[in-house]
Design a protein around this ligand. Structure first.
Ligand SMILES: Cc1cc2nc3c(=O)[nH]c(=O)nc-3n(C[C@H](O)[C@H](O)[C@H](O)COP(=O)(O)OP(=O)(O)OC[C@H]3O[C@@H](n4cnc5c(N)ncnc54)[C@H](O)[C@@H]3O)c2cc1C
Length: 419
C-alpha cells in the first residue's frame, strides 16, 4: 500500500464529499496528472451517504436522485480516471508551503506535498452548547444529523416521542423520516418568526404529515435526570427572549437540534487564511483561491449550501482552477472587490474579474417580498420572494463588470412598492 503513494501531487484535495469528488473531476478534466483525494471516513461521499431521501440532482443531472445515488455518479467518474483515493485518513495539518501531514489507517503517518490544495472539509452541526439551553443533561438530546445517521445507516431509532428545535432542512427531513419510522413528532420549534428551511421541505416534510411548526418559539428548559422526560416550550419576544408567563410543558423522550451548520475550518485557521465572518469560510477570489496562493476552497467549508448540485458545480470549478495553477497556467488577478449592501447577509466570491463570465452566490438577511436585486448600476433582477434559507446563484457577463475595473461593486436587495 505504501509504495502506491507519491510524495508530490499536482492537486491534493482534503475531503471526499460531493465537493471533494467534484473538485477531483475538475482537476482531472483540466489535465492534472497526479491528483490525490483524502477523506477521514472509510468511504467517500461525505454527508450524502446518510441522506437516503430523494431530491438531489434536479439541477445537475435533471433527475431526482437519493444522496447515495448522487454520490455514486461522481464516485464512478472519479474511479474511472487517474485520481488516487486515500480513505480512513485524516489531514492533521497543512503548512503554508503546501506540505500536508496525514494520519492514515492503512499507511500510517504520511508527509505529502501538493502544487495546489483544495479544501473541501464540509461542515458540522451546531450543538446544545452553542445555544446554552437551560436544564438537565439527560440522554436523548442530539443533533438531527446524528439521528439521521442512526436511523439511515445503523438501523437505530433515537427515541419514540420526538421534539425538534430549529427548522433547518436536516430537522425538517428528520421530522418526516421519524414519522415514517413510527415515531411521534410532537412539533418543530423555531426561534425566528419564519422557517429556516427550504419551502419545499416545510410543505413535504411537515405540512404533508400534519407536524406543527411553531415559529417565534423555543425550548426554555430540558427536564429529565437520565432520559429526556419533557420540555418547557416558550414563545419569544421580538428580542428573541423566552416569555415564561406563556410557557407550557410538552412530554417527549428525544430532542433533536437543527440549529445551524458550522464550516469545518480548523485547517484554514491554522493556515491563517483570511476568513469571512458572514459565511464562516475563507475569503476567495473568482477562481475560488483563498488568501494563500495555491490553496482553494469549495463546498460547505467555503459557505453552507442548501442544494448539493451547487456544491458540485462550484467544486468542479475549484478543481479546474487548482489544476491550472499546478500546471503553471495563471489567470489574470481579480480587480473588482465585491461588497454586500445592507440587506445581503453574505456573498461568495469576494472579488471578481471582468475577463470571463462570473458566478456569484448570495443570501439575504431576512425574508423579503417583491424586491429588486442590484449589482452596481448595471445589473438588476426582480424577485417575488427571497428568504435567508435559499442561497441564490447568479451568472454575470463580462460586460456587466467591465465598468468597475479596479473598483468596488456592491450587491444589495431593496423592497419595491407593489402597485
Ligand atoms: C447532517 C447533514 C445532513 C444534510 N442533509 C442534506 C440533505 O438532505 N439535502 C441536501 O441537499 N443537503 C444536505 N446537507 C448539506 C450537504 O452537506 C451538502 O449539500 C454537501 O454534502 C456538502 O458537501 P461537502 O463535500 O462540502 O461536505 P461533506 O458532504 O460534509 O463532506 C466533507 C468530507 O470531508 C471530510 N473531512 C473533513 N475534514 C477532514 C480532514 N481533516 N481530513 C480528511 N477528511 C476530512 C469528511 O469526512 C467528509 O467526508 C446535509 C448536511 C449535513 C451536515
Amino acid at each position: 500500500m505504501k509504495n502506491r503513494l507519491r510524495n508530490k501531487y499536482d492537486v491534493v484535495i482534503v475531503g471526499g464529499g460531493p465537493a471533494g469528488l467534484a473538485a477531483a473531476l475538475g482537476a482531472q478534466e483540466a489535465g492534472a496528472e497526479h491528483i490525490l483525494l483524502i477523506d477521514r471516513e472509510i468511504e467517500t461521499g461525505g454527508i450524502l451517504n446518510q441522506c437516503i431521501h430523494s431530491g438531489f440532482g434536479l439541477h445537475y443531472f435533471k433527475e431526482e436522485l437519493t444522496g447515495p445515488e448522487y454520490a455514486e455518479r461522481f464516485i464512478r467518474s472519479v474511479l474511472s480516471g487517474n485520481v488516487e483515493i486515500l480513505t480512513d485518513s485524516y489531514v492533521l495539518d497543512i503548512s503554508p508551503d503546501l506540505h500536508l501531514e496525514v494520519i492514515s489507517g492503512n499507511d500510517g503517518y504520511l508527509h505529502l506535498k501538493g502544487a495546489a490544495v483544495v479544501l473541501a472539509m464540509g461542515c458540522r452541526e451546531r450543538t446544545r452548547g452553542a445555544i446554552r439551553t437551560p436544564g438537565f443533561r439527560p440522554a436523548g438530546v442530539m443533533t438531527a444529523g446524528l439521528a439521521q445517521k442512526m436511523v439511515n445507516m445503523k438501523g437505530l431509532l433515537p427515541g419514540r416521542r420526538v421534539a425538534i428545535l430549529g427548522s433547518g432542512d436536516i430537522g425538517l427531513i428528520m421530522a418526516r423520516r421519524l414519522t415514517l419510522e413510527g415515531c411521534e413528532v410532537v412539533g418543530v420549534y423555531e426561534l425566528l418568526p419564519y422557517s429556516n428551511g427550504l419551502t419545499r421541505n416545510v410543505v413535504q416534510c411537515l405540512d404533508d404529515f400534519d407536524i406543527p411548526l411553531h415559529v417565534s418559539t423555543t425550548v426554555a428548559f430540558i427536564h429529565g435526570q437520565n432520559r429526556v422526560e419533557r420540555l418547557t416550550i416558550a414563545p419569544v419576544n421580538h428580542q428573541l427572549v423566552p416569555d415564561p408567563s406563556r410557557s407550557r410543558d410538552v412530554n417527549c423522550d428525544t430532542l433533536l437540534l437543527s440549529i445551524g451548520l458550522i464550516p469545518e475550518n480548523e485547517l484554514s485557521t491554522r493556515l491563517r487564511l483570511r476568513m469571512d465572518p458572514a459565511t464562516g469560510g475563507p475569503q476567495v477570489t473568482s477562481t475560488l483561491e483563498t488568501s494563500l496562493p495555491g490553496v482553494f476552497a469549495c463546498g460547505n467549508v467555503l459557505h453552507v449550501h442548501d442544494i448539493v448540485d451547487f456544491v458540485s458545480e462550484e467544486s468542479l470549478r475549484a478543481g479546474r482552477f487548482a489544476a491550472e495553477l499546478a500546471l503553471g497556467i495563471r489567470r489574470p488577478c481579480d480587480n473588482i472587490s465585491l461588497q454586500t449592501g445592507e440587506n445581503v447577509a453574505s456573498c461568495v466570491p469576494h472579488s471578481l474579474s471582468p475577463d470571463r463570465e462570473q458566478t456569484i452566490y448570495f443570501r439575504v438577511k431576512q425574508p423579503m417580498k417583491h424586491c429588486l436585486l442590484t449589482i452596481g448600476d448595471r445589473y438588476e433582477k426582480k424577485f417575488r420572494m427571497l428568504i435567508p434559507s435559499e442561497m441564490i446563484r447568479l451568472t454575470l457577463a463580462p460586460e456587466v463588470l467591465d465598468h468597475y475595473f479596479g473598483g468596488k461593486l456592491k450587491i444589495d436587495v431593496q423592497p419595491q412598492k407593489v402597485a
